[in-house]
Design a protein around this ligand. Structure first.
Ligand SMILES: Cc1cc2nc3c(=O)[nH]c(=O)nc-3n(C[C@H](O)[C@H](O)[C@H](O)COP(=O)(O)OP(=O)(O)OC[C@H]3O[C@@H](n4cnc5c(N)ncnc54)[C@H](O)[C@@H]3O)c2cc1C
Length: 424
């Protein structure tokens, strides 16, 4: 922080430990003992790290890409995919959400970067087919030794992502040659490994889409330039350029239209993941405002006691946040129990696709509203660099667009209603 305005005891009242305390109190009746133990384990690791980075100074100033290895070592990058080299970790969507919430409260921009690396992990975990090259990538990404990114969006193809223009051609060695530009790829300027989509024929993207894995060190035709996104200044987001970029045969995860299936298969966990990120970061913003409201006094009273703060902001958003937290936990349980059963069902018929989109759309708007309200419930303190509130508020500004805007989610929703009526 540039200059400390608040007394030490007020800053201490908003420590990470106390933020986790607010979260844990709310989870008391929502989680079983096993889940609570897992949360405690995750939180213990983050509290150690908090001390090591010197709290807010580290969150404001350290390069969080240097924390990947620490997170990977402790299984804090991903909990939905099995680790090929470790079997001592709790795996599943529920475990993933609890991991995510812990990281979101700890450092919202770091959590966003971890999430983008997970989007590179997912297709490799499901489509390595025992190949050692890809298994090594999977181990390195899960361990945080390598940073990943996903390249779907293009300068001219955003919401209409399927109709992509980046071209793939078959190479003489059975691999691929890629040409074109992707953009908004979280982590790509620092990523070691990129999962990338392209098409052989732009007139038939569904039938000809590929997915491949590219490495920054050996792929000379792969480069990325950082673009500026002021809301998340610590996250490196890129314009990613493919110029005769070669993907060897061993690194093709989906060929001849299989890339399209992988793209859609990835959207459900991606959108549940973003919804989880929104909810976790809402707990971060809410906990800071709630803690501050009990230590800050104006007109001779805690600001919590002023109805405009205590009722119109804190109680109102506490209720909405609790509701969406319960809904997301239920969705995670449904995903864990039904995902195999629903795996082969087309996207338009798969209820998980609709539920993931609905949850992503609603949680993004709620996060934006809640972060703004909680920030201003803290007055001037809310906008200073003395707490992580501006970090939560920053991520809340991009929550809508990451993973597809509200209109794309609502488009999926309207198609779901059509299918639902046909099923009656
Ligand atoms: C911070 C950040 C991180 C990102 N990370 C990644 C990443 O890691 N990898 C990646 O590949 N991409 C990433 N993206 C890209 C993101 O997925 C796209 O920005 C998003 O899908 C929207 O595309 P667009 O920006 O081109 O907007 P456009 O598609 O141009 O949309 C502009 C407006 O038109 C509306 N619109 C578009 N189509 C329709 C329609 N059919 N009906 C109604 N309204 C419509 C949209 O809702 C929006 O309001 C990221 C973006 C940001 C900002």
């Amino acid at each position: 922080m540039k200059t400390q305005l608040l007394k030490d005891e007020i800053l201490e009242a908003m420590s990470l430990k106390r933020q986790y305390g607010v979260f844990n109190t709310n989870m008391m009746f929502l989680l079983d003992d096993k889940d609570k133990k897992l949360v405690e384990e995750f939180q213990g690791l983050c509290l150690e790290k908090e001390e090591q980075i010197n709290g807010i100074h580290g969150h404001n100033n350290e390069d969080h890409y240097n924390w990947f290895e620490w997170a990977g070592k402790h299984g804090l990058i991903n909990r939905t995919n099995n680790y090929p080299h470790r079997d001592d970790l709790e795996i599943g969507m529920k475990a993933e959400i609890l991991r995510q919430w812990t990281m979101d409260i700890f450092d919202p921009q770091f959590s966003l970067s971890l999430g983008a690396s997970v989007l590179c992990i997912n297709p490799i975990a499901h489509h390595h087919e025992g190949r050692e090259t890809l298994l090594k990538d999977l181990r390195d990404l899960l361990d945080g030794k390598k940073i990943g990114c996903i390249c779907i969006t293009e300068p001219e193809r955003g919401s209409d992502a399927v109709n992509m223009l980046v071209k793939a051609e078959k190479a003489d060695d059975g691999g691929l040659i890629l040409n074109g530009i992707k953009c908004y790829n979280t982590n790509s300027p620092v990523a070691d490994i990129a999962a990338v989509y392209a098409v052989y024929n732009t007139d038939d993207p569904r039938g000809t889409m590929i997915q491949g894995i590219s490495h920054a060190d050996w792929n000379k035709g792969f480069k990325a330039e950082r673009i500026g996104i002021p809301s998340v200044p610590k996250v490196k987001i890129g314009k990613t350029i493919f110029e005769d970029a070669h993907i060897p045969p061993d690194y093709i995860t989906g060929d001849d239209g299989k890339g399209y299936e992988i793209l859609f298969e990835g959207l459900v966990p991606e959108r549940i993941g973003i919804a989880a990120l929104n909810v976790g970061q809402m707990w971060g913003a809410f906990s800071l405002a709630a803690l501050y409201s009990t230590v800050r006094q104006q007109f001779g009273e805690k600001i919590l006691r002023h109805q405009a703060v205590g009722m119109s902001v804190l109680a109102k958003y506490h209720g909405r946040l609790t509701d969406i937290t319960m809904a997301l936990l239920r969705l995670a349980e449904t995903y864990d129990t039904k995902k195999e059963e629903l795996a082969g069902i087309p996207a338009t018929m798969n209820p998980l696709v609709a539920m993931a989109s609905q949850m992503k759309e609603y949680s993004s708007l709620l996060y934006h509203e809640l972060a703004y309200e909680c920030m201003h419930a803290m007055g001037g303190t809310g906008v200073t660099d003395q707490t992580k509130m501006p970090h939560y508020q920053g991520v809340s500004e991009i929550a809508e667009v990451v993973g597809g805007t509200r209109n794309v989610q609502l488009l999926i929703g309207s198609r779901t209603i059509n299918t639902m009526i046909k099923m009656i």
